[in-house]
Design a protein around this ligand. Sequence first.
Ligand code: PNS
Length: 168
Amino acid sequence: MKRAVYPGSFDPVTYGHLDIIKRASTLVDELIVGVLVNPSKSPLFTLEERVDILRKVTADIPNVRVERFSGLLVNFVSEMGARIVVKGLRALSDFDIEFQMALMNRKLAESQETIFLMTSDKYAFLSSSMVKDIYRLGGKADCLVPPYVSERLQAKYANLQNQQQEEE
Ligand code: PNS
């Protein structure tokens, strides 16, 4: 079985990620979306929330599985019985860091290959950080995230605002 891993923070998943997931899923038998447990970052959504959101929005793609991972990506890839890492490339600015990571991963695990999919042009400048900014400032971006993600973002910021008001 040909398996690939698409890793990321997915805080939260956007239409840009979903575009890569859909296209990558047509190239392999099984695509595992690896959600990073990263104690050094403080994500907006907890790991459980990010996994839950991803499972909901990929439920209609039968060969996609969502799993969490911590530690080295290359270890997770081999634990999953995969040899392929899929990455999305947006603007040129992604290239430098992705190139460094792909070369480092190759040093760590020579048998694994990183494959880059070019983003669709309409998502070239889309990032989870931008989406969060829009929702944090009271906006909505239904063209950038699925309706379920939009609802979760609105609920999350409403909760955070309530908590802040209670503390004041
Ligand atoms: O969505 P992100 O935050 O840009 O994803 C980054 C990710 C998860 C792909 C990257 O941080 C990663 O691979 N982390 C795992 C740790 C690791 O293997 N580091 C060595 C690679 S150079």
